[in-house]
Design a protein around this ligand. Structure first.
Ligand SMILES: NC(=O)C1=CN([C@@H]2O[C@H](COP(=O)(O)OP(=O)(O)OC[C@H]3O[C@@H](n4cnc5c(N)ncnc54)[C@H](OP(=O)(O)O)[C@@H]3O)[C@@H](O)[C@H]2O)[C@H](O)CC1
Ligand SMILES: [K+]
Length: 526
C-alpha cells in the first residue's frame, strides 16, 4: 500500500532525504521538475512540447523553484514559456534561487522566455495569450491555512484568480505542482480562492489533503512523482492507501477439498418487524453480500414474519429466530457476527443490542456493529462496553459517528480522520467511517484510506452490502481491520462494475457485482 503523508510528514521525509541520505535539495527539485514535464507530455499525448506555449505562475518557496526547473526544461525542448514571479526575486533562497538564476542566464540567450516581475506586469500580456498548459507553482506543502475557506492574501490570491480565469475561458489544461495552491496538504480544506487543476503531480508520496475534503475536486487526476525520496523514509506514515493488491491479498480463496464449515461462518442479526412496519431489505442485502463474498455458511436471525422472504431472496442462508437460545447457539458456531442492519430503533431493539453485547458468546467473537446497532449503542450509552471486547468493528457514517461521540455531524465532517482515530483509540475498536474516502482507523495503528468507487455507492442499502462483505471476510479468517479495508475496496469496485451509469446503481446491483469485482483480481482458469 502506498503511504499517504501529511505536510509535516512530507517535510520530515524531505529533510531525512537531504540530511541522512545526502540527496541535495537541488537534485530533488530537478527531479520534481523533470517528472512534471514527462507526465504533462503524457497528458497532452505528445512526444515533445516543441512549438507550444506554457504559462508558469511561481511563488516564493520551493514550489516556485519546481516551476523554474519546469520552465528551463520546456525551453530546452523547444517550447515557449511565460513566467510570472509573484514575489520580488531573491525571496526564495536555496535551490529555488539557484534555479531562478539559471533562467536569468537563459534570458540572455534570446529564447522564447518572458519573465514578468509581478502579476500586474503580466496581466496585459498573459490575458491575451493562448496556452497549452498553465502551471501552478505558487504554494505546495508550505501553505499555512488558518481555517477552511480563509482568504488567501495578495499576491497569491491574484495568481490563483489568473489561473482559474484562464482555465474557465480557454482550452488550456491547468497543472498543479505538488498541491493546488490554496489547498492545505494535510486537511484537504481550501482557502478562498484556490486553484482548480485538471491534474496534479505530487512529489514523492501521496498527501492526505489530496484525498480529503476539497482535495479531490481541486486536484483533478493525481500522479505521484518519484523524486528519489525512498519509500523507507515513509514507512511510519500515519496513513496508507488501500489498493487492489492489498484487497487481493486479503481475500482467501477456498482451498481444494475444503468443506462449507471451513470457509467462514457468519451470523447476521438484522431486520425488524412491528405491527406497523417491517424492515427486511437491509438484512437481505447484508446476507446476500456475505454469500456473494464467499462465506461458506451464512445464518440470519430475522423476525419470523420475514423468514419466507429471506429464504427466497437468499436461498443459501439459514434462518433462525430471535430467541436468545437460538441466537447464542449460532453465535458459538459462527466466526464473525454482524449486528444492526434494519434492526430498528424501538426500545425492544435497543434492549436486544444491550443484551447481545453483554453476552460472552457474542462479544468474544469478531463483531461487526452497523446501522441500528450503532443507534442503540449511542442511545443506551454503551460505548464503554466496546473497550472490553477483543475484536470489534463499528461501521458508521458521519452522522452515526457524531451520535456515538455526542457531537454534531459538522465536527466529524470537518476532520473525519481525527474523529475516526479518536474513537478507535478511546474505545480500543476498529472504525470504518463511510465517506469519500472511507477511513479505517484502528487503535494506535496507521489509518487506511479507501478511494475505490464513485458516487454510484451514494444510494440506500450500500452500507448493508458493505457490512455483509466485511463479515464474510472476517469469518474467512481476516482480522477486522484488514477485512474492513479489503471489503471497502471490493465494495467500491463492485459499485464501478454495477453499471456504466453511476446514477442508476442500486444496492442490489452492487451486491450482484461483488463476484465480478473479486473475479477480476485473480487469474482464474476457465
Ligand atoms: N527540499 C524540499 O523540501 C523539496 C520541496 N519541493 C517543493 O517545495 C514545496 C514546499 O516548499 P516550501 O518552500 O516549504 O513551501 P511552498 O513552496 O509551498 O511555499 C510556501 C510559501 O508561501 C508562503 N505562505 C504560506 N502560507 C501562506 C499564506 N497563507 N498566505 C501567503 N503566503 C503564504 C510562505 O512564505 P512565508 O514568508 O509566509 O513563510 C512560503 O514561503 C513542495 O510543495 C514541493 O513542491 C520539491 O519538489 C522537492 C524538494
Ligand atoms: K502548487
Amino acid at each position: 500500500m502506498q503511504p499517504v503523508l501529511t505536510a509535516i510528514e512530507m517535510q520530515q521525509a524531505d529533510s531525512a532525504a537531504i540530511e541522512k541520505l545526502h540527496i541535495s535539495p537541488i537534485c530533488l527539485m530537478e527531479l520534481a521538475g523533470k517528472e512534471c514535464i514527462g507526465y504533462m507530455l503524457e497528458k497532452l499525448s505528445l512526444e515533445s512540447p516543441e512549438g507550444l506555449q506554457f504559462l508558469i505562475v511561481a511563488g516564493k518557496g520551493n514550489n516556485g523553484g519546481d516551476g523554474f526547473v519546469i520552465a528551463r526544461h520546456l525551453l530546452n525542448l523547444g517550447a515557449a514559456v511565460d513566467l510570472v514571479l509573484l514575489y520580488p526575486e531573491g525571496a526564495a533562497g536555496g535551490a529555488a534561487e539557484a534555479n531562478m538564476s539559471i533562467l536569468r542566464a537563459y534570458e540572455e540567450e534570446g529564447l522564447p522566455l518572458r519573465i514578468f516581475n509581478s502579476i500586474e506586469e503580466a496581466i496585459p500580456f498573459v490575458s491575451e495569450q493562448e496556452y497549452s498548459v498553465t502551471i501552478d507553482a505558487m504554494t505546495g506543502t508550505g501553505l499555512r491555512l488558518e481555517a477552511p475557506g480563509a482568504p488567501l492574501l495578495s499576491p497569491l490570491a491574484e495568481g490563483v484568480e489568473l489561473l482559474n480565469a484562464l482555465h474557465e475561458r480557454s482550452e488550456a489544461l491547468c497543472m498543479a505542482v505538488d498541491i493546488p495552491t490554496g489547498l492545505d496538504a494535510t486537511s484537504g480544506h481550501a482557502a478562498m480562492p484556490a486553484v482548480t487543476a485538471d491534474f496534479t503531480i505530487t512529489m514523492g508520496f501521496m498527501k492526505t489533503g489530496l484525498l480529503l475534503q476539497d482535495g479531490p475536486e481541486l486536484c483533478g487526476e493525481v500522479h505521484v512523482a518519484e523524486i528519489s525520496i525512498p519509500g523507507f523514509l515513509a514507512e511510519d506514515a500515519g496513513a496508507f492507501l488501500i489498493d487492489e493488491s492489498f484487497a487481493a491479498e486479503h481475500f482467501a480463496l477456498r482451498s481444494e477439498g475444503s468443506a462449507k464449515h471451513m470457509n467462514g461462518k457468519v451470523l447476521i442479526i438484522a431486520g425488524s418487524s412491528t405491527g406497523e412496519s417491517s424492515m427486511g431489505g437491509a438484512a437481505l442485502l447484508a446476507a446476500g453480500a456475505a454469500v456473494k463474498t464467499g462465506a461458506g455458511y451464512v445464518a440470519v436471525s430475522i423476525p419470523p414474519s420475514l423468514a419466507a422472504t429471506l429464504h427466497i431472496a437468499v436461498p443459501e442462508a439459514i434462518v433462525i429466530g430471535r430467541d436468545m437460545d437460538s441466537l447464542m447457539e449460532k453465535a458459538r458456531w459462527s466466526e464473525a457476527i454482524l449486528i444492526g442492519p434494519g434492526l430498528g430503533r424501538s426500545p425492544e431493539s435497543i434492549d436486544l443490542v444491550r443484551a447481545l453485547l453483554s453476552h460472552p458468546d457474542i462479544f468474544e467473537k469478531k463483531l461487526i456493529l452497523d446501522a441500528d446497532a450503532l443507534y442503540a449503542i449511542a442511545e443506551a450509552g454503551l460505548q464503554n462496553v466496546l473497550s472490553a471486547m477483543p475484536e470489534v468493528l463499528i461501521t458508521p457514517h458521519y452522522g452515526e459517528l457524531a451520535r456515538l461521540t455526542g457531537t454534531d455531524a459538522g465536527s466529524v465532517t470537518k476532520d473525519p480522520l481525527a474523529a475516526a482515530t479518536r474513537f478507535a483509540d478511546t474505545y480500543s475498536t476498529t472504525v470504518l467511517l463511510k465517506g469519500r474516502p472511507t477511513i479505517i482507523a484502528k487503535e494506535s495503528g496507521p489509518v487506511l484510506l479507501n478511494t475505490s468507487g464513485t458516487e454510484a455507492l451514494a444510494t440506500a442499502g450500500t452500507g448493508d452490502v458493505l457490512s455483509g462483505m466485511v463479515a464474510a471476510l472476517a469469518a474467512k479468517g481476516e482480522c477486522l481491520p484488514e477485512a474492513a479495508a479489503a471489503a471497502a475496496w471490493f465494495h467500491g469496485r463492485a459499485g464501478d462494475l454495477a453499471s456504466d451509469v453511476s446514477s442508476l446503481v442500486s444496492a442490489s446491483m452492487v451486491r450482484d457485482a461483488i463476484p465480478s469485482a473479486i473475479e477480476e483480481m485473480f487469474d482464474f482458469e476457465d
